[in-house]
Design a protein around this ligand. Structure first.
Ligand SMILES: [Zn+2]
Length: 336
């Protein structure tokens, strides 16, 4: 029997939080992962352990009496960069902001959007931080080049790091930092040879800014903006996690955590990503972000993620509170 303040948890109502399309929000899955991550920080002797362990242990909702719709109202998030719970909330927030900013741009003018992926060679853990420095430096350089400045009206940039865990690969246990970008261009971009940048030009440009002797892999493709659904899908490809949970919390074939590999990855990624701006807007998109007075995508509020309509305040609501049942591994409703 699991108890909290003398309440028998098994007798409590379990949290059910569904999206508008009826999909269950992954609170429980993310909470379980925060515990696994916290244990790694504990083994590393890092005090962040305490914050991560308690992340999202308390959720408060406003629930509409008439519709039964729920909206998160308060919660305790740790805001540690690698935290699976906070990364999920952050990705919702980034997605929400990117959508808002792009929608606003399109209200003014029929811009077009492109996807750009800029990569470099894989590196071992000890070189990751340096390689990320190189990427940021090269990007800065590129954004000041004439060819970029005259064609690209605005951009959104997100750093992603993947961790190669394929034991048969030559790159096993190396890291792959890269940028995902959305570029905003004028409609005339595709037909005007003065502005159009070919794939070959992108490779040359990125290679020269990176100052490397190999051709870095660069991917460029036009954005599908035919329907709202396609636009949303395209944005979600870019506005995702900086590092996937499975690249940090690493499991063996039998589903057990590989503590050595996990602790290594946590140590390396924690250091390499500290004090960096992993997502940013530039050019016209940055102006719009500022006009809309949107808060900081990374350090801002993780409760209101802007990706769904706010509950209307003129409707009656009740407050519901949920607590994570330690050991019971469920969110249970507390009677007020
Ligand atoms: Zn957290």
């Amino acid at each position: 029997m699991y108890k909290y303040n003398n309440i028998e948890l098994e007798k409590c109502e379990v949290l059910k939080d569904l999206t508008k399309t009826g999909k269950e929000r992954p609170w429980r899955e993310k909470k379980l992962k925060t515990i696994e991550l916290a244990e790694s920080y504990f083994r590393l002797g890092d005090k962040k352990y305490y914050r991560i362990r308690d992340c999202g242990s308390f959720l408060e909702y406003k629930k509409h009496i008439e519709t039964g719709e729920k909206k998160l109202n308060r919660a305790n998030f740790c805001k540690v960069r690698l935290c699976p719970m906070c990364s999920w909330r952050r990705s919702l927030k980034i997605y929400g902001q990117a959508s808002q900013v792009m929608d606003k741009a399109l209200e003014e003018k029929s811009y077009r959007f492109l996807f750009l992926t800029l990569t470099c060679k894989n590196v071992y853990g000890e070189d990751l931080s340096n390689q990320i420095n190189n990427l940021f430096y090269a990007f800065n350089k590129m954004s000041k080049r004439k060819i970029f400045k005259q064609a690209i009206k605005g951009w959104f940039r997100a750093l992603e790091v993947t961790h190669n865990l394929d034991k048969t690969s030559d790159n096993y246990d190396t890291y792959h930092p890269h940028f995902h970008m959305i570029l905003m261009v004028n409609e005339s971009y595709f037909t005007d040879p003065k502005y159009y940048i070919t794939h070959e030009d992108w490779v040359k440009l990125w290679k020269s800014c990176m100052g490397v002797d190999y051709d870095p892999m660069v991917n460029i493709k036009a954005f599908k903006t035919g329907t709202k659904f396609e636009t949303q899908k395209s944005i979600s490809e870019v506005a995702k996690y900086s590092v996937k949970d499975d690249d940090i919390i690493i499991k063996n074939e039998d589903g057990q955590i590989d503590e050595e590999l996990t602790d290594d990855a946590v140590f390396i990624l924690d250091k390499a990503l500290a004090h960096r701006r992993l997502v940013a807007f530039g050019g016209k998109l940055r102006e719009i972000q500022q006009e809309l007075k949107l808060d900081d995508m990374e350090n801002g509020d993780l409760i209101h993620t802007n990706n769904e309509d706010e509950l209307r305040d003129d409707l009656e609501y009740v407050i519901e509170r949920y607590k994570w049942g330690v050991g019971y591994n469920q969110y249970v409703k507390l009677d007020l």
